[in-house]
Design a protein around this ligand. Structure first.
Ligand code: GDP
Length: 370
Protein backbone atom coordinates (compact mmCIF):
# COMPACT_ATOMS: atom_id res chain seq x y z
CA UNK A 1 0.00 0.00 0.00
CA UNK A 2 1.38 3.43 -0.97
CA UNK A 3 1.87 6.21 1.54
CA UNK A 4 -1.09 8.23 0.36
CA UNK A 5 -3.36 5.22 0.35
CA UNK A 6 -2.37 4.65 3.93
CA UNK A 7 -3.06 8.25 4.81
CA UNK A 8 -6.39 8.04 3.05
CA UNK A 9 -7.28 4.86 4.87
CA UNK A 10 -6.25 6.36 8.17
CA UNK A 11 -8.14 9.54 7.41
CA UNK A 12 -11.42 7.70 6.94
CA UNK A 13 -11.21 5.76 10.19
CA UNK A 14 -14.16 6.51 12.38
CA UNK A 15 -12.27 5.68 15.53
CA UNK A 16 -8.51 5.35 15.65
CA UNK A 17 -7.00 2.97 18.17
CA UNK A 18 -3.84 3.89 20.00
CA UNK A 19 -1.82 1.76 17.61
CA UNK A 20 -3.44 3.44 14.63
CA UNK A 21 -2.75 6.85 16.12
CA UNK A 22 0.90 5.91 16.37
CA UNK A 23 0.81 4.78 12.76
CA UNK A 24 -0.77 8.10 11.81
CA UNK A 25 1.96 10.03 13.55
CA UNK A 26 4.60 8.01 11.77
CA UNK A 27 2.82 8.64 8.47
CA UNK A 28 2.64 12.33 9.19
CA UNK A 29 6.39 12.50 9.69
CA UNK A 30 6.92 10.39 6.58
CA UNK A 31 4.68 12.63 4.48
CA UNK A 32 6.35 15.78 5.79
CA UNK A 33 9.73 14.36 4.91
CA UNK A 34 8.43 13.41 1.51
CA UNK A 35 6.91 16.85 0.95
CA UNK A 36 10.05 18.66 1.98
CA UNK A 37 12.19 16.88 -0.58
CA UNK A 38 13.48 19.13 -3.38
CA UNK A 39 11.40 19.04 -6.53
CA UNK A 40 13.28 20.26 -9.52
CA UNK A 41 14.49 23.59 -10.75
CA UNK A 42 11.75 26.09 -10.24
CA UNK A 43 13.24 29.53 -10.71
CA UNK A 44 11.64 32.57 -9.06
CA UNK A 45 10.95 35.75 -11.03
CA UNK A 46 13.27 38.69 -10.38
CA UNK A 47 11.68 40.70 -7.51
CA UNK A 48 12.98 44.11 -8.68
CA UNK A 49 11.50 43.81 -12.15
CA UNK A 50 8.37 42.59 -10.42
CA UNK A 51 7.81 45.78 -8.44
CA UNK A 52 8.57 48.17 -11.32
CA UNK A 53 6.41 46.66 -14.03
CA UNK A 54 3.09 46.06 -12.38
CA UNK A 55 0.64 46.61 -15.19
CA UNK A 56 -2.14 44.28 -16.16
CA UNK A 57 -0.54 43.06 -19.38
CA UNK A 58 2.62 42.10 -17.62
CA UNK A 59 0.72 40.19 -14.98
CA UNK A 60 -1.11 38.33 -17.68
CA UNK A 61 2.10 37.44 -19.50
CA UNK A 62 3.66 36.40 -16.27
CA UNK A 63 0.75 34.17 -15.37
CA UNK A 64 1.10 32.49 -18.75
CA UNK A 65 4.81 31.95 -18.12
CA UNK A 66 4.14 30.55 -14.67
CA UNK A 67 1.69 28.12 -16.16
CA UNK A 68 4.14 27.11 -18.86
CA UNK A 69 7.06 26.77 -16.49
CA UNK A 70 5.07 25.39 -13.60
CA UNK A 71 3.48 22.69 -15.67
CA UNK A 72 6.79 21.46 -17.04
CA UNK A 73 6.71 18.19 -15.13
CA UNK A 74 3.01 17.62 -15.49
CA UNK A 75 3.44 18.23 -19.19
CA UNK A 76 6.19 15.67 -19.51
CA UNK A 77 3.76 13.21 -17.99
CA UNK A 78 0.35 13.98 -19.41
CA UNK A 79 1.22 16.08 -22.47
CA UNK A 80 4.12 13.88 -23.49
CA UNK A 81 1.98 10.77 -23.25
CA UNK A 82 -0.54 12.35 -25.59
CA UNK A 83 2.17 13.60 -27.87
CA UNK A 84 3.83 10.24 -28.22
CA UNK A 85 0.43 8.74 -28.84
CA UNK A 86 -0.15 11.24 -31.63
CA UNK A 87 3.33 10.66 -33.06
CA UNK A 88 2.94 6.89 -33.11
CA UNK A 89 -0.30 6.80 -35.00
CA UNK A 90 -0.26 7.40 -38.71
CA UNK A 91 -4.01 7.27 -38.95
CA UNK A 92 -6.54 8.31 -36.40
CA UNK A 93 -8.32 4.97 -36.21
CA UNK A 94 -10.22 2.97 -33.60
CA UNK A 95 -7.01 1.76 -31.98
CA UNK A 96 -5.92 5.38 -31.57
CA UNK A 97 -9.17 6.30 -29.84
CA UNK A 98 -8.81 3.39 -27.46
CA UNK A 99 -5.27 4.41 -26.57
CA UNK A 100 -6.35 8.02 -26.16
CA UNK A 101 -9.10 6.96 -23.79
CA UNK A 102 -6.62 4.99 -21.73
CA UNK A 103 -4.10 7.84 -21.64
CA UNK A 104 -6.78 10.21 -20.39
CA UNK A 105 -7.97 7.79 -17.74
CA UNK A 106 -4.45 7.18 -16.44
CA UNK A 107 -3.96 10.97 -16.27
CA UNK A 108 -6.77 11.24 -13.71
CA UNK A 109 -9.22 12.95 -16.04
CA UNK A 110 -11.85 10.47 -14.87
CA UNK A 111 -13.57 7.71 -16.77
CA UNK A 112 -16.64 9.63 -17.95
CA UNK A 113 -14.68 12.62 -19.15
CA UNK A 114 -12.15 10.45 -20.93
CA UNK A 115 -15.03 8.87 -22.81
CA UNK A 116 -16.62 12.24 -23.55
CA UNK A 117 -13.42 13.74 -24.95
CA UNK A 118 -12.76 10.66 -27.08
CA UNK A 119 -16.34 10.60 -28.34
CA UNK A 120 -16.11 14.23 -29.38
CA UNK A 121 -12.88 13.61 -31.19
CA UNK A 122 -14.42 10.67 -33.05
CA UNK A 123 -17.18 12.98 -34.24
CA UNK A 124 -14.77 15.72 -35.33
CA UNK A 125 -12.64 13.22 -37.22
CA UNK A 126 -15.72 11.79 -38.91
CA UNK A 127 -16.77 15.27 -39.97
CA UNK A 128 -13.21 15.70 -41.20
CA UNK A 129 -12.75 18.73 -39.02
CA UNK A 130 -9.67 17.24 -37.38
CA UNK A 131 -7.27 15.97 -40.02
CA UNK A 132 -3.76 16.62 -38.81
CA UNK A 133 -2.04 15.81 -35.52
CA UNK A 134 -2.28 19.50 -34.55
CA UNK A 135 -6.02 19.50 -35.25
CA UNK A 136 -6.43 16.48 -33.01
CA UNK A 137 -4.37 18.18 -30.28
CA UNK A 138 -6.42 21.33 -30.56
CA UNK A 139 -9.70 19.45 -30.37
CA UNK A 140 -8.48 17.81 -27.14
CA UNK A 141 -7.49 21.18 -25.66
CA UNK A 142 -10.71 22.88 -26.70
CA UNK A 143 -12.76 20.01 -25.39
CA UNK A 144 -10.95 20.18 -22.04
CA UNK A 145 -11.69 23.91 -21.76
CA UNK A 146 -15.31 23.44 -22.86
CA UNK A 147 -15.91 20.70 -20.33
CA UNK A 148 -14.39 22.78 -17.58
CA UNK A 149 -16.35 25.89 -18.46
CA UNK A 150 -19.72 24.39 -19.33
CA UNK A 151 -20.76 23.63 -15.78
CA UNK A 152 -19.00 26.54 -14.15
CA UNK A 153 -21.84 27.78 -11.98
CA UNK A 154 -19.95 29.26 -9.09
CA UNK A 155 -17.45 32.08 -9.21
CA UNK A 156 -13.81 31.14 -9.80
CA UNK A 157 -12.80 34.42 -8.13
CA UNK A 158 -12.15 34.77 -4.42
CA UNK A 159 -15.25 36.09 -2.72
CA UNK A 160 -13.69 39.33 -1.50
CA UNK A 161 -15.73 42.51 -1.18
CA UNK A 162 -14.66 46.00 -0.17
CA UNK A 163 -15.80 47.64 3.07
CA UNK A 164 -16.24 44.51 5.09
CA UNK A 165 -14.16 41.95 6.91
CA UNK A 166 -13.72 39.01 4.49
CA UNK A 167 -13.00 35.60 5.95
CA UNK A 168 -11.25 32.86 4.02
CA UNK A 169 -10.97 29.47 5.68
CA UNK A 170 -8.44 26.90 4.45
CA UNK A 171 -9.18 23.22 4.98
CA UNK A 172 -7.53 20.00 3.84
CA UNK A 173 -5.50 17.09 5.16
CA UNK A 174 -2.00 17.53 6.46
CA UNK A 175 0.83 18.23 4.09
CA UNK A 176 -1.24 19.35 1.11
CA UNK A 177 0.06 22.93 1.31
CA UNK A 178 -2.49 24.93 3.33
CA UNK A 179 0.01 26.99 5.32
CA UNK A 180 2.19 27.63 2.29
CA UNK A 181 -0.81 28.73 0.23
CA UNK A 182 -1.91 31.12 2.99
CA UNK A 183 1.62 32.53 3.17
CA UNK A 184 1.69 33.18 -0.55
CA UNK A 185 -1.85 34.52 -0.79
CA UNK A 186 -1.54 36.78 2.27
CA UNK A 187 1.66 38.30 0.84
CA UNK A 188 0.02 38.92 -2.53
CA UNK A 189 -3.14 40.45 -1.03
CA UNK A 190 -1.09 42.58 1.36
CA UNK A 191 1.03 43.83 -1.57
CA UNK A 192 -2.18 44.63 -3.44
CA UNK A 193 -3.08 47.05 -0.65
CA UNK A 194 -5.43 44.98 1.52
CA UNK A 195 -5.02 44.94 5.28
CA UNK A 196 -4.37 41.26 5.97
CA UNK A 197 -4.62 39.21 9.13
CA UNK A 198 -3.97 35.48 9.41
CA UNK A 199 -4.92 33.01 12.13
CA UNK A 200 -2.61 30.07 12.90
CA UNK A 201 -5.43 27.72 13.90
CA UNK A 202 -3.51 24.56 13.01
CA UNK A 203 -2.48 24.28 16.66
CA UNK A 204 -1.66 20.58 16.41
CA UNK A 205 1.75 21.25 14.98
CA UNK A 206 4.17 23.80 16.37
CA UNK A 207 5.74 23.60 12.91
CA UNK A 208 2.61 24.96 11.24
CA UNK A 209 2.39 27.89 13.67
CA UNK A 210 6.05 28.80 13.23
CA UNK A 211 5.80 28.39 9.49
CA UNK A 212 2.97 30.92 9.30
CA UNK A 213 4.77 33.34 11.61
CA UNK A 214 7.81 33.10 9.32
CA UNK A 215 5.64 33.79 6.26
CA UNK A 216 4.19 36.78 8.10
CA UNK A 217 7.67 38.12 8.74
CA UNK A 218 8.67 37.71 5.11
CA UNK A 219 5.40 38.96 3.68
CA UNK A 220 4.90 41.70 6.26
CA UNK A 221 1.44 40.60 7.38
CA UNK A 222 0.09 39.96 10.88
CA UNK A 223 -0.37 36.49 12.39
CA UNK A 224 -2.55 35.66 15.40
CA UNK A 225 -1.10 32.62 17.15
CA UNK A 226 -1.32 30.71 20.42
CA UNK A 227 0.94 27.96 21.75
CA UNK A 228 0.81 24.47 20.26
CA UNK A 229 -2.12 22.45 21.59
CA UNK A 230 -4.39 25.49 22.17
CA UNK A 231 -8.01 25.31 21.12
CA UNK A 232 -8.05 26.23 17.40
CA UNK A 233 -11.46 27.87 17.80
CA UNK A 234 -9.97 30.17 20.45
CA UNK A 235 -7.31 31.29 17.99
CA UNK A 236 -10.02 32.04 15.44
CA UNK A 237 -12.02 33.95 18.07
CA UNK A 238 -9.00 36.10 18.97
CA UNK A 239 -8.25 36.76 15.33
CA UNK A 240 -11.86 37.77 14.62
CA UNK A 241 -11.86 40.14 17.60
CA UNK A 242 -8.63 41.76 16.46
CA UNK A 243 -9.78 41.94 12.83
CA UNK A 244 -13.01 43.70 13.80
CA UNK A 245 -11.37 46.08 16.27
CA UNK A 246 -8.56 47.07 13.95
CA UNK A 247 -10.51 47.09 10.69
CA UNK A 248 -8.73 44.42 8.76
CA UNK A 249 -9.96 43.70 5.22
CA UNK A 250 -9.27 39.98 5.00
CA UNK A 251 -8.70 37.26 7.58
CA UNK A 252 -7.10 34.03 6.31
CA UNK A 253 -7.57 31.08 8.66
CA UNK A 254 -5.27 28.04 8.66
CA UNK A 255 -6.76 24.85 10.12
CA UNK A 256 -5.44 21.50 11.23
CA UNK A 257 -5.59 18.58 8.84
CA UNK A 258 -4.41 15.90 11.16
CA UNK A 259 -6.70 14.65 13.86
CA UNK A 260 -7.18 11.13 15.13
CA UNK A 261 -10.25 10.61 13.06
CA UNK A 262 -12.51 12.24 10.54
CA UNK A 263 -15.23 13.00 13.09
CA UNK A 264 -12.88 15.00 15.29
CA UNK A 265 -11.65 16.93 12.31
CA UNK A 266 -15.16 17.77 11.16
CA UNK A 267 -16.33 18.66 14.69
CA UNK A 268 -13.37 21.02 14.99
CA UNK A 269 -14.23 22.68 11.68
CA UNK A 270 -17.89 22.95 12.67
CA UNK A 271 -16.87 24.79 15.84
CA UNK A 272 -14.75 27.24 13.82
CA UNK A 273 -17.66 27.79 11.43
CA UNK A 274 -20.02 28.50 14.34
CA UNK A 275 -17.67 31.08 15.82
CA UNK A 276 -17.23 32.86 12.51
CA UNK A 277 -20.98 32.96 11.92
CA UNK A 278 -21.61 34.22 15.44
CA UNK A 279 -18.93 36.91 15.24
CA UNK A 280 -19.57 38.32 11.77
CA UNK A 281 -23.21 37.38 11.29
CA UNK A 282 -22.61 35.31 8.15
CA UNK A 283 -20.68 32.26 7.01
CA UNK A 284 -17.03 32.41 5.99
CA UNK A 285 -16.89 34.09 2.59
CA UNK A 286 -14.74 31.36 1.11
CA UNK A 287 -13.95 27.88 2.34
CA UNK A 288 -11.05 26.70 0.25
CA UNK A 289 -10.22 23.01 0.17
CA UNK A 290 -6.53 22.57 -0.51
CA UNK A 291 -5.57 19.45 -2.47
CA UNK A 292 -2.19 18.11 -3.49
CA UNK A 293 -2.52 17.56 -7.23
CA UNK A 294 0.24 14.96 -7.29
CA UNK A 295 -1.95 12.58 -5.31
CA UNK A 296 -4.47 12.16 -8.13
CA UNK A 297 -7.36 9.91 -7.16
CA UNK A 298 -6.53 10.38 -3.50
CA UNK A 299 -7.17 14.11 -3.81
CA UNK A 300 -10.56 13.21 -5.20
CA UNK A 301 -11.40 11.02 -2.18
CA UNK A 302 -10.34 13.83 0.15
CA UNK A 303 -12.54 16.28 -1.76
CA UNK A 304 -15.49 13.92 -1.37
CA UNK A 305 -14.86 13.46 2.36
CA UNK A 306 -14.64 17.19 3.04
CA UNK A 307 -17.59 18.24 0.93
CA UNK A 308 -19.81 15.76 2.76
CA UNK A 309 -19.63 17.86 5.89
CA UNK A 310 -18.29 21.28 4.92
CA UNK A 311 -19.59 23.79 2.38
CA UNK A 312 -16.51 24.09 0.24
CA UNK A 313 -16.67 27.13 -2.05
CA UNK A 314 -13.45 26.59 -3.98
CA UNK A 315 -10.46 24.36 -4.52
CA UNK A 316 -6.77 25.11 -4.39
CA UNK A 317 -4.63 22.65 -6.33
CA UNK A 318 -1.05 22.71 -5.10
CA UNK A 319 2.18 21.15 -6.32
CA UNK A 320 1.31 21.46 -9.97
CA UNK A 321 5.05 21.93 -10.48
CA UNK A 322 5.50 18.36 -9.27
CA UNK A 323 4.62 15.37 -11.37
CA UNK A 324 0.89 16.00 -11.18
CA UNK A 325 -0.98 14.11 -13.81
CA UNK A 326 -2.75 17.28 -14.96
CA UNK A 327 -6.01 15.64 -15.80
CA UNK A 328 -6.83 15.76 -12.10
CA UNK A 329 -8.05 19.36 -12.56
CA UNK A 330 -10.79 18.15 -14.86
CA UNK A 331 -11.50 15.02 -12.89
CA UNK A 332 -12.01 16.80 -9.58
CA UNK A 333 -13.90 19.67 -11.06
CA UNK A 334 -16.25 17.37 -12.88
CA UNK A 335 -16.87 15.13 -9.90
CA UNK A 336 -17.41 17.94 -7.38
CA UNK A 337 -18.60 20.85 -9.50
CA UNK A 338 -16.60 23.22 -7.34
CA UNK A 339 -14.45 25.85 -9.05
CA UNK A 340 -10.69 25.64 -8.83
CA UNK A 341 -9.82 29.12 -7.53
CA UNK A 342 -6.08 28.97 -7.03
CA UNK A 343 -3.24 26.89 -8.32
CA UNK A 344 0.17 26.43 -6.68
CA UNK A 345 3.29 25.96 -8.75
CA UNK A 346 5.97 25.89 -6.09
CA UNK A 347 7.10 27.03 -2.67
CA UNK A 348 8.07 30.61 -3.56
CA UNK A 349 6.04 33.72 -2.77
CA UNK A 350 5.05 34.22 -6.41
CA UNK A 351 4.16 30.63 -7.11
CA UNK A 352 0.43 30.97 -6.57
CA UNK A 353 -1.91 32.05 -9.37
CA UNK A 354 -5.60 32.52 -9.95
CA UNK A 355 -6.78 29.47 -11.84
CA UNK A 356 -7.26 29.96 -15.57
CA UNK A 357 -8.42 26.88 -17.45
CA UNK A 358 -7.30 28.16 -20.83
CA UNK A 359 -3.78 28.96 -19.68
CA UNK A 360 -3.75 25.60 -17.91
CA UNK A 361 -4.85 23.55 -20.92
CA UNK A 362 -2.44 25.28 -23.31
CA UNK A 363 0.31 25.16 -20.67
CA UNK A 364 -0.02 21.39 -20.61
CA UNK A 365 0.76 21.16 -24.30
CA UNK A 366 3.26 24.03 -24.57
CA UNK A 367 6.07 23.11 -26.89
CA UNK A 368 4.18 20.07 -28.03
CA UNK A 369 1.96 22.05 -30.34
CA UNK A 370 3.75 22.89 -33.54
P1 GDP B 1 -0.17 21.95 5.30
O1 GDP B 1 0.13 20.85 6.27
O2 GDP B 1 -1.37 21.64 4.47
O3 GDP B 1 -0.24 23.30 5.92
O4 GDP B 1 1.04 21.94 4.25
P2 GDP B 1 2.32 22.90 4.17
O5 GDP B 1 1.92 24.26 3.75
O6 GDP B 1 3.11 22.76 5.40
O7 GDP B 1 3.08 22.25 2.94
C1 GDP B 1 3.61 20.95 2.96
C2 GDP B 1 4.81 20.90 2.03
O8 GDP B 1 4.41 21.11 0.68
C3 GDP B 1 5.84 21.96 2.33
O9 GDP B 1 7.12 21.40 2.19
C4 GDP B 1 5.60 23.01 1.26
O10 GDP B 1 6.74 23.76 0.96
C5 GDP B 1 5.17 22.14 0.08
N1 GDP B 1 4.34 22.87 -0.89
C6 GDP B 1 3.23 23.59 -0.68
N2 GDP B 1 2.73 24.08 -1.84
C7 GDP B 1 3.56 23.65 -2.84
C8 GDP B 1 3.56 23.80 -4.27
O11 GDP B 1 2.71 24.42 -4.90
N3 GDP B 1 4.59 23.19 -4.92
C9 GDP B 1 5.54 22.48 -4.27
N4 GDP B 1 6.47 21.91 -4.99
N5 GDP B 1 5.56 22.31 -2.93
C10 GDP B 1 4.58 22.89 -2.22
Amino acid sequence: MGLFDKIKRAFTFEEASEEEQLELEALEIESMELASQPFGDFSMPDPITESILLDAKREELEAEKTYEKGLEKTRTGFGAKLNSLLANFRTVDEEFFEELEETLITSDVGYELALEITEDLRREVKLEKAKSTEDVQNVIIEKMIDIYEQDEVKSPELNIEPNRLNIILFVGVNGVGKTTTIGKLATKLQNDGHKILTAAADTFRAGAINQLIEWGRRGDFEVVAKPEGSDPAAVVFDALTKAKQENYDILLVDTAGRLQNKENLMAELAKIHRIIEREIGRKADDVLLVLDATTGQNALSQAKAFTETTDVTGLVLTKMDGSAKGGVVLGIHNAMNIPVKLIGFGEGIDDLKAFDMEAFAYGLFKGLIK
